[in-house]
Design a protein around this ligand. Structure first.
Ligand code: GLY
Length: 287
């Protein structure tokens, strides 16, 4: 059993996930409920309730979930649903589709008994108003803030992954990042392993980052090697890579994990039978 997730807010999320897998619950339940903890925390300003809004002051959320067997569900540009990860799971389990966006996703949520909620907190509104005075766009993500992604393996050896975010603060209205895109922000293949990405979504989308890591593992790379190879691939493909942060995490079907980022500062939370800890990822280069 193992759970790995992104950033320092991954630590309390991992503890929730661990309670589930330690009691022989499924990896799928673990990742959903783990990241739900983060979505509900108003102090986390890049995920769920309390997330910072787009440039027009509207909070829009993206999320996806994927299981060991390749089943997946995703929602994007959702304005009024506190737990987009649960909505993504409903898309996976209760529709014939993979992805719902915007108002259609919210209507589906209502049909599932999930109420709409106003997501912009007073604190986020105050920060947005301060930002509006200068309107400087802060490129993600030198600080400790971004998507929570979680990968887990349960006691039966099954894998699952989840990803959820409010995206880049002050983004253009309608912008969607990598987090709800299967293969970019998250990918799980039960015969190989799982991977997820955090940081500047546009850069991850351009290289199908999570899918690429799983394919590297399929071809013999360890989880750590695969994360490093993906970061190098990104840096080779995108000449402006020194101007932003991207971090990857990976988990193979034997429970080996990896984490690597472009820049210093990326942390990941790791939970094993030995306990929970926050770790500093290795990185490609200091800008
Ligand atoms: N990685 C999150 C985003 O770019 O929206």
């Amino acid at each position: 059993m193992i759970a790995i997730s992104t950033w320092n807010f991954g630590l309390p999320a991992n503890k929730v996930a661990w309670e589930i897998i330690a009691q022989n619950g499924t990896a799928l339940d673990a990742v959903e409920h783990g990241v739900r903890h983060c979505e509900a925390d108003p102090e986390v300003r890049s995920v769920g309730y309390g997330g910072l809004p787009d440039k027009s002051g509207i909070v829009t959320l993206d999320a996806c979930i994927m299981d060991h067997y390749g089943n997946c569900g995703s929602v994007a540009y959702v304005k009024d649903i506190k737990h987009p990860i649960t909505l993504a799971r409903r898309v996976m389990e209760r529709t014939n589709h993979v992805m719902l966006v915007g108002e259609g996703a919210s209507q589906f949520a209502e049909s599932q008994g999930i109420n709409r909620e106003f997501l912009l907190t007073d604190d986020a509104r105050t920060r947005w108003k301060q930002w509006k005075k200068k309107q400087e766009f802060s490129e993600i993500n030198w600080e400790n803030h971004d998507t929570i992604c979680m990968l887990a393996m349960d006691s039966t050896g099954l894998l699952a992954g989840a990803s959820t975010t409010s995206g880049i603060a002050w983004k253009m209205h309608g912008r969607v990042g990598d987090s709800p895109i299967i293969g970019a922000g998250l990918y799980v293949d039960g015969s190989v392993g799982a991977a997820a990405a955090t940081g500047r979504g546009e850069s991850v989308m351009k290289m199908c980052g999570s899918f690429l890591i799983v394919e590297y593992m399929r071809n013999g790379a360890t989880a750590q090697q695969a994360c490093i190879m993906a970061a190098k691939r990104l840096a080779q493909q995108q000449k402006d890579w020194s101007e932003y942060q991207v971090g990857f995490i990976a988990l193979d079907i034997h429970g080996n994990y990896g984490a690597f980022s472009l820049k210093d500062g990326f942390q990941y939370a790791l939970s094993t039978p030995e306990g929970h800890k926050l770790c500093d990822a290795q990185y490609l280069e200091t800008p």
